[in-house]
Design a protein around this ligand. Sequence first.
Ligand SMILES: Cc1cc2nc3c(=O)[nH]c(=O)nc-3n(C[C@H](O)[C@H](O)[C@H](O)COP(=O)(O)OP(=O)(O)OC[C@H]3O[C@@H](n4cnc5c(N)ncnc54)[C@H](O)[C@@H]3O)c2cc1C
Ligand SMILES: NC(=O)C1=CN([C@@H]2O[C@H](COP(=O)(O)OP(=O)(O)OC[C@H]3O[C@@H](n4cnc5c(N)ncnc54)[C@H](OP(=O)(O)O)[C@@H]3O)[C@@H](O)[C@H]2O)C=CC1
Ligand SMILES: Nc1ccccc1C(=O)C[C@H](N)C(=O)O
Length: 465
Amino acid sequence: MHKQQNILIIGAGLCGSLLALRLGQRGYNVTVYEMRPDLRKTDISAGRSINLAFSDRGNKAMKLVGIEDKVKSLCIPMNGRMLHDREGNTFLSNYSGRDHEYINSISRGELNGLLLTEAEKHDNVTIHFNKKCKSVDFEKTTALFQDYETKDEFIEDADTIIATDGAGSALRKSYYLGKKFLFSFSQDYLTHGYKELSILPTETGDYKTYKNALHIWPRGDFMVIALPNLDGSFTVTLFLSYDEGEYNFNNLTTPERVTEFFQKEFPDALELMPNLVEDFFENPTAPLGTVKCSPWHYKGNTLLMGDSAHAIVPFYGQGMNASFEDVVEFDAVLDKHDGDWETIFSEYEKTRKKDTDAIADLAIDNFHEMKDHVGQALFQEKRKIEMALEKEFPDDYASKYSLVTFNEHIGYREAMLRGRAQDKAILNMLADGIISTATPIKTILDKVKSETEAILEDDRIAGLH
Ligand SMILES: Cc1cc2nc3c(=O)[nH]c(=O)nc-3n(C[C@H](O)[C@H](O)[C@H](O)COP(=O)(O)OP(=O)(O)OC[C@H]3O[C@@H](n4cnc5c(N)ncnc54)[C@H](O)[C@@H]3O)c2cc1C
Ligand SMILES: NC(=O)C1=CN([C@@H]2O[C@H](COP(=O)(O)OP(=O)(O)OC[C@H]3O[C@@H](n4cnc5c(N)ncnc54)[C@H](OP(=O)(O)O)[C@@H]3O)[C@@H](O)[C@H]2O)C=CC1
Ligand SMILES: Nc1ccccc1C(=O)C[C@H](N)C(=O)O
């Protein structure tokens, strides 16, 4: 009987379109309202990240809905970080010592389009575009929309409403403004923003630099990264403070100054970017932040999912992957309590929130790692040891990066606790001269394992977990 229930999804981005597909497969009547035009028909990529790092947790969701192979054809493997120093030297650092573990570059538009098309194959799924949600009455389970074309406003009624409307969620605003229950909410902006630029393909359509890596130009307080696209181009992102340091977004106001900045800090990238100035002044500068809130649901009426519940800074390349994993976790709870929305929503939030809080914190850590630590000798020594451990003992050791990115069977929180303890163990022992890259690898494994367990035990006693 419950299958005839009407589910309203707000937002047909990455999470909403996947959720619509999954709920469609489960037989619900699903209606989706998206404020933007249909991205399969109009180019609306400007201002949003053009490509994304897609990894195992996201792929777990693609397996669930049976489109793993279709998604694979959109992926470009990135085996490691290609670091570029100021002198133009490059250095490749693999993501894992296990060859089958790598991340992928994927186009947001292509992936979102595929998910929409797959969702629409189900007669019980309808997607409406150009309709913006203005507010949600979570007590009545209704939502108010405005049509972008006609400007008409209308109200939609549903048995339950799930908002996947991103970092600026209308449902979240309604929770906050409604003041009907105790709603905790925090939004922390970084002092850095980002701007997307590009490295275009050569005249023959080839990649101008190494294809199968995530390129990083770490400069301590700021950085540039580049991810490959299928057409031979790279999407380049500059992460820079709005107002601090010699060069910042507020004072990069002329073509001469932008060129001078790149000439000084990223000369090898500049050589690949004759279009730099044009891109710089055409593309927006956008902010970056973390949103945490609770509760995500109101009774069995409404639920926040994806970025609307937990927007995170992009530095671990996990926001989309986490939002996809949300759908997998939600699906598992549906298996247990199908039909009882209040129990489903509250159990889902209880099991999921600790993990999305963890990836939010890990993503901030990775900001400092990428822009700064990757260029430091101690960090590089630690990575060398981790690579050797993963290569020699593939079933026995996984670094923090691997636990977070490639180990889809444990949650982000467990990955964070174990990963941080391992980092601390290796860094302490390197600093104290207890281990070095010359120590036999089996000795390192034994020492790292016992020191990690000791740190985890101390943390437990201190009540940290
Ligand atoms: C610069 C940058 C780089 C990133 N890189 C990565 C990466 O490499 N890997 C990764 O995993 N994640 C990455 N992310 C994070 C990723 O983009 C998000 O986590 C992901 O898009 C979340 O999906 P979502 O569906 O919850 O939200 P969104 O994808 O933002 O979708 C929300 C949808 O709702 C619609 N909408 C919004 N408001 C309304 C409304 N009021 N009414 C109707 N519709 C509405 C929007 O138009 C949109 O289609 C990055 C983010 C940024 C900013
Ligand atoms: N964790 C993080 O750090 C995150 C950062 N971001 C970044 O923040 C920035 C803002 O992103 P976001 O909040 O998602 O907003 P968007 O930039 O995606 O879109 C909002 C704007 O688009 C307009 N708009 C939407 N649909 C239509 C339509 N059909 N017709 C006409 N206009 C339309 C809206 O106008 P109006 O309001 O007038 O209707 C509004 O000005 C982005 O650059 C994004 O990358 C985003 C997500 C997470
Ligand atoms: N997609 C991104 C977007 C912005 C910043 C970083 C990423 C990453 O994916 C970083 C990668 N996980 C890394 O640790 O090297």
